[in-house]
Design a protein around this ligand. Structure first.
Ligand code: F6P
Length: 354
């Protein structure tokens, strides 16, 4: 019987997931004694009864690298450590079914697992590794907030989508002498906001790493809108928040909150808010993401062959390397507020609200 390697995609989807799956299968097809199977909807496919798994061969992955989403499906609900089980009294309680899942993997002759996912998924990878599972992580998130890798695939495509949207909003803002606020994803880190603000030429960029002062934002606006003429484009990450102590950091509604603050503080110019939301997660991955995802997939399977378990694939200084999963999940990869890109942005007049 061939050895089996199980692949799962977990957490929010992201352009490039299919390119990773295809690369794993293509690389594995060169090894006579291995076959690849996929678990549907992260590890839930294994935990279901009957199990929901899919054989991944060359035919089933042909051409999928250009498709957004994941052919395996994904979820950030349930999983091996929090599986809802109905209790005798009819109520539901989350139970730890990790040991049961490992037994099922043994039964399927799964000798290695590749878990493609972000922070939450890699935390699961680490726990399974500590239980003896032969697991490899592949980093995935449009937010680019995973540590120890220069980039995660999906992030460049999300930046492209956000920049294209900003380009469109700039023309309508200019025509109507309006303030446009574009809210992008990024609960903890302002990577998409920063990159799209520089690429699209926003006047203001607000990110979670720099709590903003509404007066500073107003000042930047007043330089651009004189006697009702002029326009301003603001990019705000969903996790950005005002520095006043009485404002709570929040995950949704950052754009609306900013609009209300501007109006309350006397700004009379018309303001419109556009929330890009899941547009940033969908669609065709750009070439950079397809290439990075392909490199990650090949490397992940080669780590399986080398039994280099408990590690995550990463991109560092143009090299594809393996890093310990436990080190990647210690903290978020946040925007360095003293980085060259932030300095560049400031030099061309982008206001961060500080
Ligand atoms: O972590 C990726 C991400 O896209 C975040 O940027 C965003 O806040 C979140 O997922 C949205 O999650 P959901 O798809 O569950 O609404």
């Amino acid at each position: 019987m061939k050895k089996r390697c199980l692949v799962a995609t977990g957490g929010g989807d992201c352009p490039g997931l299919n390119a990773v799956i295809r690369a794993i299968v293509k690389r594995a097809s060169k090894e006579k004694n291995w076959e690849i199977i996929g678990s549907i909807d992260a590890f839930n496919g294994i935990l279901q009864d009957p199990m929901e798994i899919k054989t991944l061969d060359l035919q089933s992955v042909a051409g999928i690298h250009v498709r957004g989403g994941t052919i395996l499906g994904t979820t950030n609900k349930n999983g091996p450590f929090a599986w809802p089980v109905q209790q005798k009294d009819g109520t539901w309680k989350d139970e730890d079914r990790s040991a049961d899942m490992l037994r099922k993997l043994e039964f399927l002759n799964v000798q290695a697992v590749i878990n493609i996912g972000g922070d939450g998924s890699q935390k699961i990878s680490q726990r399974l590794y500590e239980m003896g599972c032969n697991i490899i992580g592949v980093p995935k998130t449009i937010d680019n907030d995973l540590c120890l890798t220069d980039y995660t695939f999906g992030f460049p495509t999300a930046v492209e989508t956000a920049t294209e949207a900003l380009d469109k909003l700039v023309t309508t803002a200019a025509s109507h002498n309006r303030i446009f606020i574009m809210e992008v994803m990024g609960r903890e880190a302002g990577w998409i906001a920063l990159h799209s603000a520089v690429a699209g030429g926003a006047e203001v960029c607000l990110i979670p790493e720099i709590p903003y002062d509404i007066e500073k934002v107003k000042k930047r606006i007043s330089k651009r809108i004189i006697n009702g003429r002029g326009f301003v484009n603001i990019v705000i990450a969903e996790g950005a928040f005002p520095k006043e102590e009485n404002y709570q950091k929040h995950t949704h509604g950052a754009g609306i909150q900013l609009m209300n603050l501007l109006k309350d503080s006397g700004v009379e110019t018309d303001i419109r808010v556009t929330i890009l939301g899941h547009l940033q997660r969908g669609g065709i991955p750009i070439a950079f993401d397809r290439i990075l995802a392909t490199q990650f997939g090949v490397k992940a399977f080669e780590m399986v062959l080398k039994k280099d378990f408990g590690k995550m694939v990463a991109l560092r200084d143009k090299k594809i390397i393996a890093v310990p999963i436990d080190e990647t999940i210690e903290k978020y990869n946040l925007v360095n507020v003293n980085s060259d890109l932030v300095k560049t942005a400031r030099s061309i007049g982008i206001c961060f609200g500080d």
